[in-house]
Design a protein around this ligand. Structure first.
Ligand SMILES: *[C@@H]1O[C@H](CO)[C@@H](O)[C@H](O)[C@H]1NC(C)=O
Ligand SMILES: *[C@@H]1O[C@H](CO)[C@@H](O)[C@H](O)[C@H]1NC(C)=O
Ligand SMILES: *[C@@H]1O[C@H](CO)[C@@H](O)[C@H](O)[C@H]1NC(C)=O
Ligand SMILES: *[C@@H]1O[C@H](CO)[C@@H](O)[C@H](O)[C@H]1NC(C)=O
Ligand SMILES: *[C@@H]1O[C@H](CO)[C@@H](O)[C@H](O)[C@H]1NC(C)=O
Ligand SMILES: *[C@@H]1O[C@H](CO)[C@@H](O)[C@H](O)[C@H]1NC(C)=O
Ligand SMILES: *[C@@H]1O[C@H](CO)[C@@H](O)[C@H](O)[C@H]1NC(C)=O
Ligand SMILES: *[C@@H]1O[C@H](CO)[C@@H](O)[C@H](O)[C@H]1NC(C)=O
Ligand SMILES: *[C@@H]1O[C@H](CO)[C@@H](O)[C@H](O)[C@H]1NC(C)=O
Ligand SMILES: *[C@@H]1O[C@H](CO)[C@@H](O)[C@H](O)[C@H]1NC(C)=O
Ligand SMILES: *[C@@H]1O[C@H](CO)[C@@H](O)[C@H](O)[C@H]1NC(C)=O
Ligand SMILES: *[C@@H]1O[C@H](CO)[C@@H](O)[C@H](O)[C@H]1NC(C)=O
Length: 734
């Protein structure tokens, strides 16, 4: 029992499942589809289960091999798009000689089907009026009238004489034909040639009136073809959504004349859209259907594709879409123009490519030229000749410099002076350097520049700004220095760093450091060097306020002082040795003079040259000389440094400064002596508070990455040999 029940359940559910999978109701395979020679298609069907359920209007009865809908209306054609061609009886009313009226076929109904708009209500007869009245949701009637005084001409049109017609638009169920003679007298006058009045519905163009034949008996035709509309259900496509019965390759459309929807195959498909696999691609190239026929002018070019076709032309031909025929491709003016333009562009591209290459080569050549011009070869030669241990100067490439300064970006400028511009540079290893770029190159002094690079690279002194390398590939050579962070002595005394005043201890130490450096340059360095532009602006201070002498005159340019004191002389006015100025004879004593001025600046806090001071005191040296003479030295010493404890030291330093600034070079002490005297002063001082600020000497030598604000600065001059050579370049301003 149980097993049987289970089997039953399985069978039941599998049945339900197949129905569900197929979506909406689908007819079984074995339905009768033919009635006579007419094919009946779903949703219509003959036996129950074969037609769309719920509406009997889809049920077909097959009588005498003729299909009927609504049991007694013969169907002559089924249409997938929601129309049905049926045959409907005509209605007639006849009058006998006494005026007795007999009317046939007055009423009919079209349950759940409706008259299509493609039908005409037609009246054939004379002096009569006919109406089609409908009953249902709303009452409606339409009709026309025909008048004839005499028999109408043969083959007259249906124009109101013997025949009239009108459109019908009444989607209703029940209809009634109604007749009325215009008058009995009129009727009798036409009786002999028009005994009856006929009214009927007929599909457009399916009835052509013939006055000679039709007025008597409508050629014995009792039924006329009529189109009826049908639809599925009473909901719109939107309302039914995916539960519509439309099959694959088809879409749902709302019925235009009724409620409900109809289904239609996609363009290029044909079949019954109400079956799940009804719509199939039409092969337009082989079909005999005129609706789906291809329109290629040559059938051999037709190629079918799903949902359409194409006309494929041989290569060298193209399809002319107006005639659907293949035409030989023509190269019109447009093609010629296009070709020419493309060709021109290609040539242009080629030329610019070549130009770019040549420019690149030229750039390389130019860089090579600059390198030679700037003495690169010479430097390499000298450097290699000097032995590897002696020289440690790196040669940078132009590209590297550009990258380090971010393309010589303005935000990287540390200072700008008469000689050129100093940029802050960041090397690939992230070390910070100062890169000095002179304003102009000078071929004549390339050798001196090279010597200088060579000499500077050999100076390994803790109080000299270290030269790390140079770049010779640019028009003007670039020099790369260690970066000093704390500005110049000038800045501290008179400029931007004035707010952090230097104590006397600082000043004395700086003086000692500078003196020691100059003494070293003059006598200890492997080749004696005269700085030639010693001044506070060329003394840099690092973070511990340790002095770093800078600007060994790498570039030889017209100096431009901060106060706009342009001078043709190499050196800076105010610091310039008057003897050197007048004779042009340069020796180490010039540096001594300049150093004396620096000492005076340290003492007084005054600028070397100041036009605000009285006439004879504009120059700091004479200012000092006068004060000393008048014994009012204490008046001009910087009040910030002066105190009881250091008075004696200050007096000593003032004396040394005065000696250094003597007019006659021979009377000035040597730098070595000056350094020794200053050092002695410091040693004498019992309290060496600041000595512990002195870090290990080597630390600074090696730690090249500290560095500098080689700000604008100076106008220095290159080194000169100490051999008392007369260098007559005072007037070398170019
Ligand atoms: C279909 O049958 C009708 C009569 O039953 C006949 O008049 C008609 O010619 C037939 N049509 C075809 C295509 O056989
Ligand atoms: C049958 O057809 C009528 C008219 O088209 C419609 O209003 C009705 O909902 C249909 N019934 C079913 C069950 O589809
Ligand atoms: C027409 O549709 C209505 C509503 O669905 C139904 O009750 C009636 O039986 C249908 N008539 C015919 C002839 O199918
Ligand atoms: C059937 O549908 C076609 C279009 O799909 C239409 O031209 C035709 O008039 C319809 N009716 C009949 C009875 O064929
Ligand atoms: C049409 O008329 C014939 C007789 O003339 C009749 O048998 C038939 O039922 C009529 N058709 C309809 C739909 O009333
Ligand atoms: C119709 O004709 C009959 C005789 O055939 C006659 O008796 C009758 O009166 C006539 N009816 C009308 C309304 O004319
Ligand atoms: C339509 O006409 C019938 C009979 O003439 C009548 O009974 C019915 O009320 C009318 N309906 C409307 C909506 O006027
Ligand atoms: C009626 O005439 C039109 C145009 O002359 C023609 O296309 C059509 O086929 C004719 N219809 C019938 C039923 O003869
Ligand atoms: C119409 O039918 C009648 C009798 O039924 C017949 O006498 C007449 O010849 C027929 N006319 C035509 C044109 O077929
Ligand atoms: C119809 O669509 C709904 C959601 O849009 C979905 O849940 C349902 O499964 C679909 N039914 C069918 C038969 O595709
Ligand atoms: C849709 O049409 C394509 C091409 O004819 C056919 O292969 C496919 O089976 C059709 N889809 C359905 C669901 O019938
Ligand atoms: C040929 O047919 C295609 C699609 O059937 C149509 O788009 C095109 O306009 C037709 N061309 C001509 C010239 O008839």
């Amino acid at each position: 029992m149980k097993a049987q029940e289970g089997l039953f359940l399985v069978a039941f559910f599998s049945l339900a499942y197949t129905k569900l999978v197929k979506g909406q109701h689908q007819p079984p395979e074995d339905c009768q589809t033919k009635c006579g020679n007419i094919t009946i298609e779903y949703p219509f069907g003959i036996s129950p289960g074969c037609y769309y359920p719920g509406n009997e209007s889809f049920s077909i009865t097959c009588k005498e091999d003729r299909p009927h809908v609504l049991s007694n209306i013969e169907v002559t054609n089924f249409n997938h798009s929601g129309q049905l061609q049926v045959l409907l009886n005509r209605s007639s009313t006849c009058y006998d000689d006494q005026g007795n009226e007999t009317t046939s076929y007055r009423y009919f109904t079209l349950d759940n089907l409706s008259l299509s708009a493609n039908n005409k209500f037609t009246l054939v007869g004379c002096n009569a009026l006919a109406l089609l009245a409908t009953y249902g949701m709303q009452n409606y009637s339409t009709g026309c009238m025909s008048l004839c005084e005499s028999p109408p001409e043969a083959n007259g049109e249906c124009d109101g004489r013997g025949c009239c017609r009108t459109d019908v638009s009444a989607p209703l169920d029940s209809y009634e034909f109604q007749f009325a003679p215009t008058s009995l007298a009129d009727l009798t006058s036409v009786h002999r040639f028009s005994p009856c009045t006929y009214a009927f519905l007929v599909e457009d163009d399916k009835f052509n009136f013939s006055s000679s034949e039709d007025l008597m008996n409508l050629r014995n035709v009792t039924r006329f073809p009529v189109l009826l509309d049908w639809s599925i259900g009473s909901q719109t496509c939107k309302q039914v959504g995916n539960t519509s019965i439309c099959g694959g390759n088809s879409t749902c459309f709302d019925s235009t004349s009724r409620t409900g929807y109809v289904c239609r195959c996609y363009e290029g498909f044909d079949g019954n859209p109400y079956l799940s696999a009804g719509c199939q691609d039409v092969n337009e190239c082989t079909t005999s259907s005129t609706i789906h026929q291809h329109n290629c002018s040559d059938p051999k070019t037709c190629r079918n594709r799903v949902g359409g076709f194409s006309c494929k032309c041989k290569s060298g031909y193209h399809l002319d879409t107006t005639t659907m025929s293949c035409k030989r491709k023509e190269f019109g003016w447009a093609m010629i123009l296009l070709g020419t333009t493309i060709g021109f562009l290609v040539i242009l591209l080629g030329v610019s490519c070549i130009q770019h290459r040549m420019r690149h080569r030229k750039d390389t050549q130019l860089r090579q030229k600059f390198f030679e011009q700037n003495g690169g070869g010479m430097l390499i030669q000298r450097v290699s000749g000097a032995g590897p241990s002696e020289v440690d100067v790196k040669i940078f490439t132009e590209k590297g410099m550009k990258e380090a300064t971010n393309g010589y970006d303005e935000s990287r400028i540390l200072g700008q002076g008469g000689q050129g511009t100093v940029y802050k540079g960041i090397l690939p290893d992230n070390s910070i350097v100062a890169i000095k770029k002179a304003r102009l190159g000078d071929c004549s002094q390339v050798e001196q520049f090279i010597n200088e690079v060579r000499v500077l690279s050999q100076i390994n002194h803790r109080n000299v700004v270290k030269l790390l390398g140079c770049c010779l590939e640019t028009e003007v050579p670039l020099l790369v220095y260690e970066f000093i962070t704390n500005g110049t002595l000038f800045d501290h005394l008179h400029g931007s760093m004035f707010d952090f005043p230097l104590t006397w201890e600082h000043r004395l130490r700086i003086g000692i450091e500078v003196a020691g450096t100059l003494a070293y340059l003059h006598s200890s360095a492997s080749i004696p060097i005269i700085h030639r532009d010693v001044k506070t602006a060329n003394i840099l201070l690092d973070e511990n306020l340790i002095a770093k002498v800078a600007d060994f005159g790498a570039s030889r340019l017209i100096p431009m002082d901060k106060e706009d004191l342009a001078t043709m002389v190499q050196g800076t006015l105010g610091y310039l040795d008057p003897e050197y100025f007048t004779t042009g004879l340069l020796n180490e004593k010039s540096d001594v003079y300049s150093f004396g001025v620096v000492l005076l600046e340290l003492l007084s806090g005054e600028k070397a040259l100041c036009f605000k001071r009285p006439q004879c005191s504009k120059h700091l040296v004479s200012y000092f000389a006068f004060a000393t003479k008048e014994n009012r030295l204490d008046e001009i010493i910087d009040s910030q440094v002066m105190n009881e404890d250091n008075l004696r030291e200050i007096q000593e330093v003032a004396r040394i400064a005065a000696e250094c600034t003597r007019v006659m070079g021979e009377e000035r002490p040597k730098m070595k002596e000056v350094a020794a005297e200053l050092e002695a002063l410091r040693v004498k001082t019992t309290k060496q508070k600041w000595s512990d600020q002195y870090p290990e000497e080597n630390e600074h030598l090696i730690g090249g990455h500290i560095l500098s604000a080689q700000g604008e600065t100076s106008s220095s001059i290159g080194y000169d040999s100490i051999k008392n050579v007369a260098i007559l370049d005072i007037e070398t301003g170019r």
